[in-house]
Design a protein around this ligand. Structure first.
Ligand code: GLC
Length: 626
């Protein structure tokens, strides 16, 4: 054995000794009452981890060591900037992404999130979130070999890769689902099947509907079996039954294989849903957290460099448990609350709800961090807490109605071009679809050729991204937003997509055309340049590393909000105006013990903290404090 291998193995054994007892404890508490439970499962579990570690390529073992040397956690670093894309919509296929690695490098992004690329049904597949084979690249995106080539390209550029594991369900075309339909009991036990409709109703009574308009209820009748199968999302997405230990171990094996493929951040899709209990909402249940903890502990033992991201788009008080309660769970979670609050502030010109929501969000443990984002492939849910809306002096229901009207074009004075997604007439709930540019008003203002509004829209887009970039955590750009792409309505011509208006903000990019804004889109030139500058700036500032070093700043004027990030290498201050009005005479001296000079990182001029500053509509300020 080479000395290096000895070292890797020694470290593995140390981690195994340290964490396996906890795995056994959690596994036992989850499965001790299962009909097949026996000590043999521990051996099976151990073997999955040992095999994964022994198969792990040396390159990734070395990368693990480097990552583990970074405190408090490698994902908290200041120099990681993410970019999320659909490979086919970005540039045809996986090779098209490979051909553009220089584009990402030049833009400054170094963590690529490829939206689902594994095999899924041809027509309806929920954007790839209905997986038919977790380990086979869908031929419409390329081959397994293409993916490997892309991953080695990513590694040679010192970038990181993020992929999804769709943990909650498989597509109805998955081999397990097909075997279940053909009567194999073993595979029927991988899902939730019920003969009796009374059982279905007992669940449905407590389970909120996710896609009420297209897929009401949480079950689908399978006529071949005369049974009902649980389908929380669409009828072709069958929920896996994690109360069955075989299901857990199958998925664990796949997760560790993803790790060995070269995944740096594993986006765990819809973790809130993975444990079901009759008489509950079947969301965020304590045992869902235990499943995640088991996954985390296994990854830490076998392939420790892979970070886990919880895609839990849930109420603010429910998100923190995904970071773990004293036991390791997920390293990252989406900061969906902050994302929605930025949209709230943009519509109202008032930042108080954002301000009042921060104390709760700041409770996350050291070493964990947020994915900060302004847009992604999904809708925008207005899931921030009623209490912070009330504290800001608004009525939660009326306030949310205003936001929905504002972004879906129901208000004459709003320039936003979005749409309501999944309106539920029973609860009046709805979320919002639309691209960053269109929601910020660019689409309508270009249509009307209104120069002032075009400018204001671009300022809003820049402000949204600037706050997200300097907030700490990993900022995740959504493909096309760096270019100012607007809604794409071509989805309406495709019956497999036309019912789901989230496709309006999943555009096709024509990179060649868009990389030349001067020729076609003159108005976007400064915007695109500024976004690039902001990314570079962020990556040059060590204080952006997330060490829970953020302190929010409150202003008398409710349109202004800011924060200071502390660091021994120098702090930064970020302040911004969420209204279209100029706000004059703001002095920053209340935030400092004595009058000092701070460096405006945009103009590169020094300003005194005692000097009155004017903020134009949607203007932001980033200063370095020496
Ligand atoms: C996640 C995905 C979303 C998908 C759902 C079901 O929330 O982001 O696009 O519809 O999971 O898989």
């Amino acid at each position: 054995m080479k000395p290096k291998d000895f070292d890797f193995n020694h470290k593995f054994e140390t981690r195994f000794t340290q964490y396996f007892p906890k795995i056994k404890e959690i596994f036992t508490s989850l499965y001790k009452d299962h009909k097949n439970f026996s000590e043999d499962y521990f051996l099976k579990f151990e073997n999955i981890m040992r095999e994964a570690h022994s198969k792990r390529p040396t390159l990734f073992k070395k990368k693990d060591n480097q990552k583990m040397g970074q405190l408090p956690n490698w994902i908290c670093a200041h120099d990681i900037v993410g970019y999320c894309l659909y490979v086919d919509r970005f540039n045809k296929d996986i090779n098209g992404v490979y051909d553009n690695l220089d584009y990402f490098e030049e833009l400054g992004v170094n963590l690529l999130h490829l939206m689902p690329i594994m095999k899924s049904p041809k027509d309806e597949n929920d954007g790839g979130y209905a997986v038919s084979n977790f380990e086979k690249v869908d031929s419409k995106f390329g081959t397994d070999k293409d993916l490997k080539k892309l991953i080695s390209g990513i590694n040679s550029k010192n970038m990181y890769l993020m992929l999804d594991i769709v943990l909650n369900h498989t597509s109805n075309e998955h081999e397990w689902a097909q075997k279940a339909i053909h009567g194999e009991q073993k595979y029927q036990d991988y899902y939730y099947f019920f003969d009796d409709y009374a059982e279905v109703e007992a669940y449905n009574n407590y389970m909120p509907e996710i896609f009420p308009s297209k897929a009401p209820g949480s079950f689908t009748y399978i006529k071949e079996l005369n049974k009902h199968v649980m389908t929380v999302f669409h009828n072709y997405q069958w929920d896996l039954n994690y109360a069955n230990p075989e299901v857990f171990l199958e998925m664990l094996q796949i997760i560790l294989n993803y790790s060995n493929l070269g995944v740096d951040v594993l986006r765990i899709d819809a973790p809130a849903f993975i444990w079901k209990e009759q008489g509950t909402s079947c969301q965020n249940l304590p045992k869902a957290h235990l499943i995640l903890q088991l996954i985390k502990l296994s990854v830490v033992i076998a392939t420790p460099g892979m970070a886990l991201l919880a895609e839990a788009i849930v109420a603010p008080h429910l998100i923190l448990p995904y970071f773990g309660h004293g036991t390791m769970e997920c390293d990252l979670a989406y900061n969906a609350t902050q994302m929605a609050l930025q949209w709230d502030a943009l519509a109202t010109g008032n930042t108080r709800i954002m301000e009042f929501s921060q104390p709760q969000l700041q409770l996350k443990p050291l070493g964990t961090s947020w994915i900060n984002y302004v847009r992604c492939h999904d809708d925008i849910g207005l899931g921030f807490s009623d209490s912070s809306i009330e504290k800001a002096g608004f009525n939660p229901m009326l306030h949310r109605n205003f936001l929905k009207d504002y972004y879906s074009g129901k208000l004459d004075f709003s320039w936003a071009a979005g749409a309501l997604f999944s309106f539920n007439p029973k609860t009046n709930d709805a979320r919002i679809s639309g691209s960053l540019a269109s929601l910020c008003g660019l689409e309508k203002s270009l249509e009307k050729n209104d120069r002032l509004q075009i400018q204001l829209s671009l300022s809003k887009m820049e402000l949204m991204l600037a706050q997200c970039l300097f907030l700490g955590g990993i900022p995740m750009l959504y493909y096309g937003d760096e270019l100012g792409l607007m809604n794409d309505y071509s989805y309406l011509n495709n019956p497999a997509k036309s019912y789901d208006n989230r496709w309006m903000h999943r555009p096709f990019i024509n990179l060649e055309e868009l990389k030349e804004p001067l020729q076609k889109n003159m108005h976007l030139f400064d915007y695109q340049k500024n976004i690039k500058y902001l990314i570079k700036l962020r990556k040059s500032l060590p204080c952006i590393a997330d060490t829970n070093n953020i302190h929010w700043l409150s202003f008398e004027n409710s349109s202004l909000i800011g924060f200071r990030r502390f660091d021994t290498n120098g702090d930064i201050i970020f302040v911004c105006n969420y209204s279209n009005q100029t706000i004059s005479g703001i002095r920053l001296n209340t935030f400092f013990e004595k009058q000092i000079s701070i460096l405006n990182l945009i103009t590169t001029e020094f300003i005194s903290t005692n000097e009155p500053i004017n903020f134009l509509g949607y203007q932001y300020l980033i200063c370095k404090v020496h």
